[in-house]
Design a protein around this ligand. Structure first.
Ligand code: XMP
Length: 514
């Protein structure tokens, strides 16, 4: 990949920062996110074609609000400030920013004040833009002109054409801003003159030669869970080093119905991968006996996985590398925002492995987003149906069985989940949903069957739309679908007499129930 044509995003803690990066990459331009205090000399050596200052949750007047080095405005790289970024530009050039009486949030109509702004080239006037701010620019910074207004923001966007510095009060990266993509594309191609060369085939070619160079004739081991990331990583590495890639699939007993066998079959038959199956379900289930606490479950699963994987790896003798499908969102240094508390779940499924086993890490997707990995998977020939599968958590069904995980309870959940997912496909909505699954609750309720009273399990249905799992909205299933799923589950899954629907968004709820 040619990283000389890149756009650097400096993150001031906005919830939309990753969205900016994705929008840019959708236009086949490489973008990367760094914390707001990334030093100017490092920026210079990165030599991006443009810099974007993201929005952020703070006011420029807050104590300890994030700032940037002044020099960044003088290095001759085009710059676009979004919301908080705009206000920083204003302050830097002796403008004035003041708190508004009311926070402006939501849709507004943009009105252009200039006919020849490069940022708004071919953008429709009076289109909807998305606002989310508490401060306004009240005095124009020196050398800048106002290029648009909205009803509540007299300074909606500014520019200094000569220095190529631009600022917008609204968020062009969110879908609600009707012409947002065009505005970002103008910044990239009209102002920064970027060449759009960030494409799956370029990425694949470059990674293959990098992997070959790093690995040489050594062996690489990879834990192939069957999820999109590890599967695509396996295919990429296989292309680079063939049978020196050893794939291990650990069946932890917490997979969905028939999943481990299907994964083995697919990769052995269609891709000729060097893959072995370790059936460790008994060990996992034994250790999970009587454990109800979700963090405890995760800990046991994580540790057991390492143990099983290590033992398997030892069989292959001299392995030097471990490959993982780590994605960009996992490695971006997040900006700590004052007041926000961060709770981190023990998410990383094979964390600790490389140090413990003394292996060097290969992470070909460290710079990619999930949808980019999907694109690469399709390019490498994985079937669309496989690529489009919903994400599945490392600890598997253990986070969807509340209370103790037993083989009886696993069977109930597997059967219910299979019916649910089959119905989603049947109704043609599976790919409209980001993630959907059934959950087995730790309680029983009364029902009636024929003349007798039953006292059985409750299944909850969860389905969400999301772009990255960070935030999520519950999916609006049709009543017909819900009715069909519920009837089929109650009729066919022994031990279930009630089905309920989860209608919580994230936050404040999470996607999994644990
Ligand atoms: P939550 O439940 O935190 O989940 O809203 C967000 C996304 O992360 C997935 N998830 C996991 N994935 N290992 C994983 O690989 C884990 O331990 C884990 N826990 C949650 C979850 O399925 C959702 O997509």
């Amino acid at each position: 990949m040619n990283s000389s044509d890149s756009i650097l995003i400096l993150d001031f803690g906005s919830q939309y920062t990753q969205l900016i990066a994705r929008r840019i990459r959708e236009m086949n331009v490489y973008s990367l996110i760094k914390p707001f205090d990334y030093p100017v000399d490092k920026i210079k050596s990165l030599n991006p074609k443009g810099i974007i200052l993201s929005g952020g949750p703070m006011s420029v007047y807050d104590e300890n609000s994030p700032r940037i080095e002044k020099e960044i405005f003088n290095i001759g790289i085009p710059l676009l400030g979004i919301c908080y970024g705009l206000q920083l530009i204003a302050l830097n050039f002796n403008g004035e920013v003041q708190p508004a009486e009311n926070r402006e949030y939501g849709k507004a109509e943009i009105n252009f004040l200039s006919e020849n702004s490069d940022l708004f080239k071919n953008v429709k006037n009076h289109s909807v833009v998305w606002m989310s701010h508490g401060d306004y620019v009240t005095r124009l910074p020196k050398g800048f002109s106002v290029t648009s207004e909205t009803e509540n923001s007299p300074v909606c966007s500014i520019e200094n054409k000569k220095q190529k510095i631009y600022g917008v009060q609204f968020h062009p990266e969110v879908a609600h801003t009707k012409e947002g993509k065009k505005i970002i594309s103008n910044f990239l191609f009209e102002i920064c003159n970027v060449i759009p060369n960030w494409k799956p085939e370029n990425f694949v070619e470059k990674s293959i030669s990098e992997i070959m160079e790093i690995v040489g004739s050594e062996k690489v081991i990879l834990a192939l869970s069957g999820g999109v990331d590890s599967s695509v990583a396996a295919l990429l590495l296989h292309k680079a080093i063939g049978d020196n890639l050893i794939c291990v699939h650990v069946d932890n007993g917490l997979m969905r119905k028939g999943e481990s066998l299907a994964i083995m079959k697919m990769f052995r038959d269609n891709y000729d991968l060097n893959i072995s199956l370790v059936d460790a379900s008994e060990i996992f289930l034994n250790r999970l006996k009587s454990v109800e606490d979700p963090e405890q479950k995760r800990k046991i699963i994580g540790e057991t996985f390492i143990e099983v994987f290590e033992k398997e790896a030892a069989k292959y003798g001299d392995v030097k590398f471990l490959a993982q499908g780590t994605l960009y969102p996992d490695v971006i240094e997040s900006v700590p925002v004052a007041g926000a508390s961060v709770t981190i779940k023990s998410h990383h499924n094979v964390g600790g492995l490389p140090e413990k086993m003394n292996l060097k890490l290969i992470e070909p997707f460290r710079e990619l987003f999930k949808d980019e990995v999907r694109e690469i998977g399709e390019y490498l020939g994985l079937p669309h149906g496989f690529i489009a599968r919903h994400p599945f958590p490392g600890p598997g069904l253990a986070v969807r069985i509340l209370g103790e995980v037993t083989s009886e309870r696993l069977k109930i959940l597997r059967d219910a989940d299979e019916i649910f997912i089959d119905e989603l496909r049947e109704f043609g909505v599976y790919e409209d949903i980001w993630q959907a699954f059934a959950v087995l609750l730790p309680l029983k309720t009364v029902g009636v069957m024929g003349d007798s009273r039953t006292y059985e399990n409750v299944i909850a249905l969860r389905g969400v739309t999301s772009t990255d799992g960070m935030t999520a909205e519950w999916y609006r299933f049709s009543y017909e679908l819900l009715e069909s799923v519920s009837n089929k589950i109650i009729r066919n899954v022994k031990g279930v007499n009630r089905v309920v629907l989860d209608i919580s968004s994230k936050p404040p709820a999470t996607i999994e129930w644990e």
